[in-house]
Design a protein around this ligand. Structure first.
Ligand code: ZN
Length: 161
């Protein structure tokens, strides 16, 4: 088992710290549960910043998730490329968070679980009912039973478009 990185979120923002890492999808159980396969990994960068007296975490994530197509139930290779700006909220701010701004707020913590945050943001941003593009389902179902042929399938898709 690896150590989960914990950050003191306000201090992290105040000092403009940065944290990089990579996490295997299989180590994000809530996410893995909702995917067609727990293969792949996600690279992430968390950067702290302050602006206008407020504290923020900038979260960048990239990698590959295997979603399940809701039309053919085949494997849908989904490239993750997410950038979120999260405002750290404390006490009174937290009460006043009314979801009306474009910036999402999260509760500031002295021991913020970075991987939990990465997992939450991934779960929020992945499409709820993903589908292959028109005409691709047939291709995907042809390669069913050939679990090792995902990359071949990707190559086919690339050639097609
Ligand atoms: Zn499909």
């Amino acid at each position: 088992m690896f150590a989960r990185p914990l950050i003191d979120s306000i201090e992290f923002a105040r000092n403009g710290r940065t944290l990089n890492g990579e996490i295997a999808v299989v180590d994000l159980p809530r996410l893995a549960e909702s995917l067609a396969s727990s293969e792949g990994s996600i690279r992430y960068t968390v950067q702290g910043m302050q602006a206008d007296g407020m504290s923020f975490l900038l979260l960048d994530m990239s990698g590959i998730c295997h979603l399940r197509c809701q039309r053919c139930l085949g494997d849908l290779v989904y490239p993750v490329d997410i950038a979120s700006r999260l405002q750290l909220l404390e006490g009174v701010d937290l009460m006043q968070d009314d979801d009306s701004d474009e910036v999402d707020g999260i509760e500031a913590s002295k021991e913020l679980d970075v991987l939990g945050l990465v997992e939450d943001e991934l779960l929020l941003s992945l499409p709820f009912a993903p589908r292959h593009d028109e005409g691709v389902c047939e291709l995907a179902s042809k390669s069913l039973g050939k679990a090792d042929d995902r990359f071949g399938m990707l190559a086919q898709l690339k050639n097609k478009f």
